[in-house]
Design a protein around this ligand. Structure first.
Ligand SMILES: *Cc1c(COP(=O)(O)O)cnc(C)c1O
Length: 468
């Protein structure tokens, strides 16, 4: 499979190339040149298959030329044998129409494990093949950092430096990063905000002094391999709910537009999806873009759903490209305008293309807490606040008849409630306990380096500790 950039001028790459590159050299994001399609019969034949087998089947067309069938099968078996639930991403029924798809049974209790566990193995495989080493530098407001560290700890040829804003991530999130003992993992607690940390990381990727010495790698969801791995659980859940003979709808708690874009890819591959509901918190740039065509960034408001406190949703560019006729030059122009003014209008083609499948909804803090209370009172389920944003949107969509009553509506449960115990306890009066497999998190020793907030301090740390 060949991959092309959304901005039209970077050279096409194969799967191995896009996995190691992350961002395209023209500033765009990589997408497959065309969508592989499964027929109804091919989809029907996938019913009842174990998760790892389904994963290999769905991902195979995207990796041809870079992984053999045997390599892919073995990779999927290893990665998805390591989850805390035999079904990897089990469905839970809430009432006649509503379901939860639990995506938090990986090692760090958020859906990001589903893709990052695979990415860690892909990095190792491809770097060994090339005889190269890579230094991953990332910034996190919580979930990405722990999932990425867990995915690469102890792996050959890759090291990771993860920046988090000192004192601004939850205790569980911080400990999931700092209690990992591996020689290739470095945690930096920096003075400053997440945005400061993120700005340092972006600057490092453009710093010629760093580029001359190190091969830097990215683990955020601009990496195509992450989205590809997330397509699998749309198929897995829809097959259980009757696909391809019955449609399914999804409500997806959304920040960077990665998880919900994977649902769009599943639909392009032939999965009959009735609707994708983009659920945002009060940081609602995507809701405004999809409902009014207004994609304009404001300031970020801190909420009880920190993994969705985001102003610019990187992966939205992939949708604009695909819906807008795949015109890289035009999109490059549109994105240049956005980068200057922090605002842009969607074209009519982009709006109509998106509206065919997407609906958006926004939940404020009160509505989110109400969804948590509804789930606990009506179904006995304790859910995390991010899932709560999704469930609010799902309940509102069925009430407004945006999704017909006979179509199953699945809310993606993106994190385990024990990751956000304070917010959950405030909403439902119950303090969720950490599952047994991470139970001694608070007994383990923490390791991290405190560093001042300057770019130079971070860069010097990275250069001094890279072994490559
Ligand atoms: C990352 C994250 C999200 C947002 O996912 P995107 O792919 O960025 O849209 C939602 N919920 C949780 C718990 C997350 O960690």
């Amino acid at each position: 499979m060949e991959y092309i950039s959304t901005r039209g001028s970077a050279p096409p790459l194969d799967f191995e190339g896009v996995t190691l590159a992350g961002l395209a050299s023209d500033g765009g994001l990589y997408l497959p040149r065309e969508w592989p399609r499964l027929t109804e019969d091919e989809i029907r034949a996938l019913r009842g298959r174990p998760y790892h087998e389904l994963a290999a089947t769905i991902m195979r067309p995207f990796v041809v030329g870079s992984l053999t069938d045997d390599e892919l099968d073995a990779l999927c078996e290893t990665v998805y044998g390591n989850f805390g639930h035999a079904a990897v991403t089990p469905l839970v029924q809430l009432d006649e129409q509503h379901w939860l798809l639990e995506l938090f049974h990986g090692p760090t209790l958020a859906f990001k494990d589903v893709a990052l566990q695979l990415l860690g193995h892909l990095f190792e495989t491809f770097l060994a093949r090339r005889g190269e080493k890579m230094m991953i530098v990332g910034a996190t407001s919580g979930d990405t950092g722990s999932a990425a560290i867990n995915a690469v700890a102890g792996r050959d040829n890759v090291e990771i430096v993860m920046l988090h804003p000192k004192g601004r991530v939850s205790d569980v999130q911080r400990r999931q990063m700092t209690t990992v003992r591996a020689a290739n993992v470095y945690n930096l607690a920096i003075d400053g905000s997440f945005d400061d940390a993120q700005a340092h990381v972006k600057r490092m990727f453009r710093d010629p002094e760093v580029a001359g010495k190190l091969k830097l790698g990215a683990v955020n969801s601009i990496n195509w391999a992450r989205l590809m791995a997330q397509v699998v659980y749309y198929f897995y859940s829809a097959l259980q709910l009757g696909a391809p003979d019955r449609k399914t709808a999804y409500s997806v708690p959304t920040g960077n537009f990665g998880d919900v874009f994977a649902g769009y890819v599943a639909a392009q591959m032939g999965l009959p999806i009735e609707r994708l509901i983009v659920a945002t918190n009060v940081n609602d740039i995507l809701h405004r873009a999809l409902s009014e065509g207004d994609y304009s960034a404001g300031g970020v408001t801190a909420t009880m759903t920190p993994s969705m406190d985001i102003q610019v949703s990187s992966n939205f560019e992939r949708l604009l490209f695909d819906c807008g006729g795949r015109d890289g030059a035009a999109l490059a122009e549109q994105m240049r305008g956005f980068e200057q003014s922090k605002a842009m209008r969607l074209t009519n083609a982009q709006r109509e293309g998106a509206a065919a499948l997407f609906t958006s909804m926004r939940a404020d803090q009160t509505e989110t807490a109400r969804a948590l209370a509804w789930a606990y009172r009506e179904t006995g389920q304790v859910i995390d606040p991010h899932t709560g944003v999704g469930l609010h949107a799902a309940l509102a969509a069925s009430e407004d008849a945006l999704v017909p009553a006979e179509v199953p509506l699945v809310t993606l449960a993106t994190a385990h409630p024990a990751k956000f115990p304070d917010a959950v306890e405030r909403a439902v009066g119950v303090r969720p306990a950490l599952p047994g497999r991470v139970g001694d998190l608070f007994g383990r020793e923490e390791h991290f380096t405190e560093i001042d907030g300057s770019y130079e301090a971070v860069r010097d740390f990275v250069l001094a500790n890279a072994s490559a």
